[in-house]
Design a protein around this ligand. Structure first.
Ligand code: ATP
Ligand code: MG
Length: 605
């Protein structure tokens, strides 16, 4: 059955909503696809839900074809489910928590690793039952610090999450095999959805694990930074991106005596540089972090970690976390230290220098990025005293020699900064990294035994030995598919949908929905629907101009205009959205279905 505009709810708007910063958010609101209920909470209105539903069906078909079985888990998780993995602590404030009438605590699921592992542990005992991949399509909840850009970063969003279980990493039935199959299924999903995407190496974040890739839609409004080698052999999220060869050495003569300078009203690196007439690349940016480690049940213990990068560089928290973990395994999180607490503990926050380590009785460690670990040259850094900096800082003289024998254990040189445009690529082919922006639409991880170890999930192998189960997990943000499609495919008039995920394939606009025109509309729509092509008919008593504007805004791939003039020639006017060469050619009524089908498949391939 075709949909009549008057029988559904497509509340289009002429004006740009003030709150929308990016095109997809603006157009989804204006085209009447979504309505905001609260911060990061959206209703998918009928046309938006149709588009989302099409994306869901593509994902479902490809998951089924990849051999995954669908199930549905509750969004409400008893908080005890995190007792073994401590991920409630890891997610921290992003985890939405609530209490029932009896005082029992729950979390609204940010993902479902624990829930699926608990279920699998109950039913899977033998290697004979593996491998197995399960998936669901279901809402997730995250208390994002900044919900924004509409459904791109919301607090409730629909995710497809899949989990695979294996006895081995490689070989038949191993994780690698399923990971590759999922990876290929993801490529087919995004190809079918008509999204221009790239696959990049990624950090696994609080989900943990050993290898992961993100599927990114490259566009300027993306929140992620991606670095790509100009040799075409490497692309990675900045959170993960390694940097090529960089030499370091603490040796080198000081450039002068350590000189303390009063630097009033200089809160930023740029202000300090202007005041002291030096370049940011001559400054050491010294930031105080807090690393937390598990200590007994539900307890965490924390320790200060100081990160030092050049003034023109940024600390990479994931790399810092990896560096901390390599020295003190088991780290749960590494976050900027709360300012007040750090001050109380003796750090002159904002004016910290690496030599803050001297005289501290705790076990604070300093992690120095390679570019900052240079003995040669002139360094400006904090003087460990409010409103003061030092010049001529020299690593050996100011820190390593005073620390003596403990220097090697407490000052660690590592890659702890974000890669940036122009850095050397880390692959053997060499090359230079270029930075672009992207939207993460999907993410695949090799989890390894992180969850099965923590939750005691083992199966017996051929020799009756108990082995931990190896896992993978695979997520796709359904709402982000729509928004990313719109970000990369729109014009000043509205959305230009990739056909596979358009709310309707064909939008019929009768000049008037009366008499012969009305009859023709319904007859054409019926034939299209019979051929499996879904149709919206604008039956409103609006001026044609208003209907055309709404059709462009809603962006269905084909618009058929039915008016007296065309009908006198037994024809309709055929226009392909987004195709400038398609100006409303006349197509004979008996050729409409064929023309539409041809046009839709042309755009798809
Ligand atoms: P991000 O880095 O953008 O916060 P994430 O890496 O935390 O996302 P995952 O845990 O990998 O997200 O979740 C799987 C998929 O769910 C993501 O690839 C993304 O498409 C989607 N997703 C995650 N967070 C959100 C959100 N707040 N709103 C909409 N979709 C989201
Ligand atoms: Mg991710």
């Amino acid at each position: 059955m075709p949909t009549l505009w008057s029988q559904t709810l497509i509340p289009t708007a002429r004006q740009d909503p003030a709150e929308a910063e990016v095109p997809s958010h603006r157009l989804m609101l204006r085209a009447g696809l979504i309505r905001q209920l609260g911060a990061g909470l959206y209703t998918y209105l009928p046309a938006g839900w149709r588009a989302l539903h099409k994306a869901i069906e593509i994902v479902r078909q490809e998951m089924d074809a990849a051999g995954a079985a669908e199930l549905l888990m509750p969004a409400l998780e008893p908080i005890e489910i995190f007792a073994d993995t401590k991920r409630d602590l890891e997610y921290g404030e992003s985890l939405l928590q609530l209490e029932d009438r009896a005082g029992r605590r729950y979390a609204l699921a940010p993902t479902h690793e624990e829930v699926i592992t608990e279920a699998m542990r109950a039913y899977i005992e033998s290697y004979r039952q593996l491998p197995l991949t399960l998936y669901q399509i279901q809402p997730k909840y995250r208390d994002e610090p900044r919900p924004r850009f509409g459904v791109l970063r919301s607090r409730e969003f629909i995710m497809k999450d899949a989990y695979s279980f294996h006895l081995s990493l490689d070989g038949p039935g191993g994780l690698d095999e399923t990971y590759d199959r999922m990876y290929r299924a993801y490529c087919r999903i995004f190809d079918r959805c008509g999204l221009p995407y790239e696959v990049v190496e990624a950090e696994s974040g609080p989900i943990g694990g050993s290898a992961s890739h993100e599927f990114m839609v490259i566009c300027d409004t993306g929140e992620d930074t991606i670095l790509k080698s100009d040799r075409g052999d490497y692309a990675a999220n900045v959170q993960k991106c390694a940097i090529g060869e960089r030499s370091w050495s603490f040796d080198g003569a000081p450039t002068g005596d350590l000189d303390e300078v009063h630097t009033p009203d200089c809160a930023t690196i740029d202000e300090v540089c202007r005041f002291l007439k030096c370049k940011p690349s001559k400054m050491l940016k010294t930031l105080v972090y807090e690393a937390s480690f598990p200590s007994g049940r539900d307890q965490v213990e924390s320790q200060y970690v100081v990160a030092v990068v050049r003034g023109d560089h940024d600390v990479n928290p994931s790399k810092l976390r990896t560096a901390v973990d390599s020295v003190q395994p088991g780290v749960l999180s590494v976050d900027l230290a709360p300012e007040q607490a750090a001050r109380q503990d003796g750090f002159a926050v904002g004016y910290v220098g690496p030599h803050a380590l001297l005289g501290r009785s705790d076990k604070t460690l300093v992690f120095v990025d390679r570019d900052a670990a240079q003995g040669e040259g002139f360094w400006v850094t904090g003087a460990n005293k409010a409103d003061h900096h030092v010049r001529h800082f020299n690593w050996n003289r100011e820190l390593l020699e005073p620390l003596g024998k403990t220097a090697g254990d407490r000052v660690i040189v590592a890659d702890v900064r974000n890669a940036r445009d122009g850095d050397p690529s880390p692959t053997a082919a060499g090359g230079t990294l270029t930075a672009v922006r992207g939207i993460e639409v999907g993410h695949v991880f090799k989890l390894g035994t992180k969850y099965s170890d923590a939750m005691g999930f083992t199966v017996s192998d051929k020799n009756q030995r108990q082995c931990p189960v190896i896992m993978g997990c695979y997520g796709i943000g359904l709402g982000r598919i729509l928004a990313a499609a719109i970000e990369t495919s729109h014009d000043q008039d509205g959305i230009i949908w990739p056909p596979a995920i358009a709310p309707y394939s064909v939008h019929i606009v009768p000049i008037k929905f009366e008499g012969e025109l009305c009859k023709t509309c319904l007859a054409v729509a019926e034939r299209l629907e019979a051929a499996g092509i879904d149709v919206l008919i604008d039956d409103r008593a609006e001026r044609p101009g208003v209907k055309f504007k709404d059709a462009d805004l809603l962006g269905c791939p084909v618009r058929l205009t039915i008016g007296d003039k065309a009908l006198a020639q037994n024809s309709v006017e055929f226009k392909r959205r987004g195709d400038r060469t398609s100006k409303g050619d006349l197509v004979k009524l008996d050729a409409v279905v064929e023309e539409v089908a041809k046009s839709l498949s042309q755009v798809t391939t």
